[in-house]
Design a protein around this ligand. Structure first.
Ligand code: GTP
Ligand code: MG
Length: 205
């Protein structure tokens, strides 16, 4: 597992509290309760790493996890790499003020974080993309930031239904979007190897 050995570093209310903006970073984004933290844990191969919950609004800060430095080949120094778990978007029961704060910080993070190499966007495979997901894809389209979409909770569908949902999703992507997509399930482990490889690839770009 290329993402083995991830360790909690800190949880930040603001972008300027995150670890130094050096090396390479991949962020996990998506609507509240989509399964971001579960996906991060599945990729790291460490169940209790990021906090997960049945109740939406679990992740309340930007949480940074450090990976062991990634080897880059002979003569090239190892790369400092991190995974960032972002708060979920759009949970109505989170006070409006806090939601506005998260929106502002996530926007600032996406726009200004130099080490950000790509976004893992997590969305429930059973539902059409929501406004937040569309905004994220539009942002990636506009800025050229790579995006990898995990259609998660695939364990809730048959393999056939999941494959159909993936095909429909890919078809809906505009030409020129730097996005890839796959079927995923955290508890079943579906697509974990593929996602690990994609994240490792993003970190090395
Ligand atoms: P917030 O931090 O609140 O925004 O949520 P999150 O996106 O980090 O979601 P989290 O990983 O905490 O998971 C939310 C709920 O969905 C939990 O009850 C998880 O067990 C469940 N869940 C996550 N991924 C999957 C999956 O692939 N399949 C199934 N069946 N349940 C999942
Ligand atoms: Mg979370």
């Amino acid at each position: 597992n290329p993402l083995h050995g991830a360790q909690f570093v800190l949880a930040a209310h603001r972008v300027n509290q995150l670890p130094p903006d050096l090396g390479a970073e991949v962020a996990f984004a998506g609507r509240s309760n989509a399964g971001k933290s579960s996906a991060l844990n599945a990729l790291a191969g460490h169940k209790g790493l990021a906090r997960t919950s049945k109740t939406p609004g679990r992740t309340q800060q930007m949480v940074a996890f450090a990976l062991p430095p990634l080897a880059q080949g002979e003569g090239v120094p190892p790369l400092t790499a991190r995974l960032i778990d972002l708060p979920g978007y759009g949970y109505a029961k989170v006070p409006e003020e806090l939601r506005a704060h998260w929106k502002q910080e996530i926007d600032a993070y996406l726009h200004h974080r130099q080490s950000l190499r790509g976004v893992v966007l997590i969305a429930d495979i059973r539902h059409p993309l929501k406004e937040f997901d569309r905004m994220m894809l539009d942002f990636c389209f506009a800025t050229g930031l790579p995006c990898h979409l995990l259609l998660t909770k695939a364990d809730k569908l048959s393999r056939n239904q999941a494959a159909q949902a993936l095909a429909a999703m890919r078809k809906s992507f505009p030409d020129g979007l730097h996005a890839t997509a796959q079927v995923f399930s955290s508890p079943a482990g579906t697509g974990v190897d593929e996602a690990r490889a994609r994240v490792a690839e993003l970190l090395r770009t």
